[in-house]
Design a protein around this ligand. Structure first.
Ligand SMILES: *Cc1c(COP(=O)(O)O)cnc(C)c1O
Length: 470
C-alpha cells in the first residue's frame, strides 16, 4: 500500500494511457503475425489483451505491469502462437522405457512412417481391387504378410488388441461359456479387465484353477458341449514366480478337442505383445510369439501392433480360416476396423520381418539391441558436450505390457539437482519436450530411447539446464 504507484489517480492515468488497437497493431512484434494470421483474429487478440489490462487496472491492480504498445503486442502474439501449438506433439523419450504407453508406444520405422504419410496424403486402393477395377476388401492388404510370417491360415487387423479380444468374444462366444484360468483373469491396464470384457461382450466367464496353479484337468472338468472357448491370456504386465503351473497351449488344444458333441470349442490365445523375434538373442526372457501359438494349434491368436511388433496402433487376429471368417462378417468388424494409415504402416512394418532386417530397421528392436558400449559412448558424448553430470551403469525397462521385470543393461547420464522435479518440468516445457527420470535428488537420462538425430536437442537442453542451476 505504501507503493506510490498504487495511488488511484495513478491507476486511472494508466487506464487512460492504454494504447489504441491500431497503435498496437503497428508494433514490429506483430508484423510477422499479421502475415500469418487473418487480420480480424489478430485484432481480436489485441483487444483481448487490452481488455484484460483494463480489467486489471479497474480492479486496482496492475500498477506495476507493463502496458506499453510493444508489451501488449508481444502478449497478443504469444496468445495466438499458443493456439497454433498442437496438443499432441513429438517428445524426446529419455526414460529408457522402450515401449512407453504414455509416450505413444512404438515409433514407426522410416519405411512405415513414409507409408503412413503417403496413405494419409493421397487416395489409395484401400477398398478397391486394382485388377478387377471394382470394390475390393480392406482386410486383404495384410493377410498374406500375416500368413507368411506366422504360418496362420488367415489374418485380419482391428483398431487395437483390446478391440480384437472384444470382437472375438462378441462374435464367437456370446451367450456361451469361456474358460479362463484364475491366474489369467487379470487387468491389462487402463481399466481393461478380462472378466469385464467377457461379460460386456455377452460371454460367460468360467474361472478355473487358482491364481498360481492351473492344470489341464481343471479345464477339462468344466468343459461341456456348450463351451465356446478356452481363452489363454499372456501375463504381459506382471509375473507370478515360485510355486506356479500352467498347462501348455498344446495341452489346452487336447482339452478343447474333447468337446465332440456341440459346436467346436475354440482355443484362443491373447499373446499381447506380438513379438515375432526370439527375445533370447538380446539376453531377455523368451516372449511367446504368435507363430508359436499357431503351431501349437490355437484357433485364434491376438496381439497388438504397437508393442513388440513395433508398428502403429492395431490389433491383429490370426488363425484358422473358419474362425477368422466368422469375425470378418460380424457387424462389429465395421466398428473396429483400422484406418488406411494404420494398414499402410503395419504392412511396411511386417515387411521388415519378412526381409529379416527388423533388428536394424524397426526402432524398438534397434533400441532393444543397442549394446551397453554404444550407449556408454553416447552418454559420455552428452557429458563432455554439456560439461557436467556423470555417466553410470543402469537398466532400461522394455515396458508397455511386454517382458515384465525384464531389462537391458545401459549407461545413463545423471545430474544431481537441488530441485530435480522443477528441472524435469523445465525439460518438459521446451519446444520439443524431453521426458526424463527423476530419482531422489537427480535427473537420469537414458540414451537407449533417444532417437538418432535427437542428441543435439538433448545436449542443448542439458547445457541450458546446467547453466541455470549454477
Ligand atoms: C496390451 C495387451 C492388451 C491390450 O492391447 P492394446 O493394443 O493396448 O489394446 C490385451 N491383452 C494383452 C495380453 C496385452 O498385453
Amino acid at each position: 500500500m505504501s507503493n506510490p504507484s498504487n495511488h488511484p489517480a495513478d491507476l486511472s492515468h494508466k487506464l487512460r494511457s492504454l494504447p489504441s488497437v491500431d497503435r498496437v497493431l503497428s508494433e514490429p512484434a506483430l508484423t510477422a503475425v499479421l502475415e500469418q494470421w487473418p487480420r480480424p483474429q489478430v485484432v481480436e487478440a489485441v483487444r483481448a489483451e487490452l481488455d484484460s489490462a483494463r480489467a486489471l487496472l479497474g480492479a486496482g491492480n496492475g500498477a506495476d505491469a507493463a502496458f506499453a504498445p510493444a508489451d501488449i503486442a508481444e502478449s497478443a502474439g504469444h496468445a495466438l502462437s499458443v493456439q497454433l501449438q498442437p496438443s499432441l506433439r513429438r517428445v524426446i523419450n529419455a526414460t529408457g522405457v522402450v515401449i512407453h504407453t504414455n509416450l505413444g508406444r512404438a515409433p514407426a520405422s522410416d519405411a512405415a512412417a513414409r507409408a503412413m504419410s503417403e496413405a494419409a496424403a493421397g487416395y489409395s486402393n484401400l477398398e478397391y481391387d486394382l485388377d478387377a477395377g471394382e470394390r475390393g476388401s480392406r482386410a486383404k492388404h495384410l493377410e498374406s504378410l500375416l500368413q507368411a510370417l506366422t504360418g496362420a491360415e488367415a489374418g485380419i487387423a482391428v483398431n487395437n488388441n483390446a478391440a480384437a479380444l472384444y470382437l472375438v468374444m462378441a462374435a464367437s462366444c456370446s451367450r456361451r461359456e469361456v474358460i479362463v484360468s484364475r491366474g489369467q483373469a487379470v487387468e491389462i491396464g487402463g481399466g481393461f479387465r478380462i472378466p469385464d470384457v467377457l461379460r460386456d461382450a455377452g460371454a460367460t466367464l468360467v474361472e478355473v484353477g487358482t491364481t498360481n496353479r492351473t492344470r489341464a484337468a481343471d479345464y477339462a472338468a468344466v468343459l461341456h458341449r456348450d463351451t465356446a472357448a478356452i481363452l489363454r491370456v499372456h501375463s504381459s504386465n506382471f509375473r507370478i514366480v515360485g510355486f506356479t503351473e500352467e498347462p501348455s497351449l498344446a495341452e489346452l488344444r487336447n482339452v478343447a478337442d474333447r468337446n465332440t458333441r456341440g459346436l467346436p470349442t475354440l482355443l484362443i490365445d491373447d499373446v499381447g505383445s506380438g513379438c515375432l523375434l526370439d527375445t533370447r538373442q538380446f539376453g531377455l526372457a523368451y516372449e511367446p510369439r504368435p507363430q508359436d501359438s499357431i503351431e501349437a494349434g490355437a484357433d485364434l491368436v491376438l496381439f497388438s501392433g504397437d508393442k513388440l511388433l513395433g508398428g502403429p496402433q492395431a490389433g491383429l487376429i490370426i488363425g484358422k480360416q473358419a474362425a477368422v471368417n466368422r469375425l470378418r462378417s460380424h457387424p462389429l468388424m465395421r466398428v473396429l476396423r483400422p484406418d488406411k494409415a494404420a494398414i499402410a504402416g503395419l504392412s511396411a512394418t511386417l515387411q521388415h520381418y519378412l526381409l529379416g532386417d527388423a533388428v536394424e530397421t524397426v526402432p524398438i528392436w534397434r533400441m532393444i539391441a543397442a549394446e551397453p558400449d554404444q550407449l556408454r559412448q553416447r552418454a559420455e558424448q552428452w557429458r563432455s558436450a554439456v560439461g557436467a553430470g556423470d555417466v553410470e551403469p543402469a537398466d532400461s525397462a522394455i515396458g508397455g505390457g511386454s517382458l515384465p521385470a525384464e531389462s537391458r543393461p545401459t549407461f545413463v547420464w545423471t545430474f544431481p539437482h537441488s530441485h530435480p522435479t522443477d528441472a524435469a518440468r523445465q525439460l518438459r516445457n521446451r519446444p520439443v519436450p524431453i521426458i526424463v527420470r527423476v530419482e531422489r535428488d537427480r535427473l537420469i537420462l537414458d540414451p537407449r530411447t533417444v532417437l538418432p538425430g535427437e542428441d543435439a536437442e538433448v545436449i542443448a537442453a542439458l547445457r541450458q539446464l546446467v547453466g541455470g542451476d549454477a
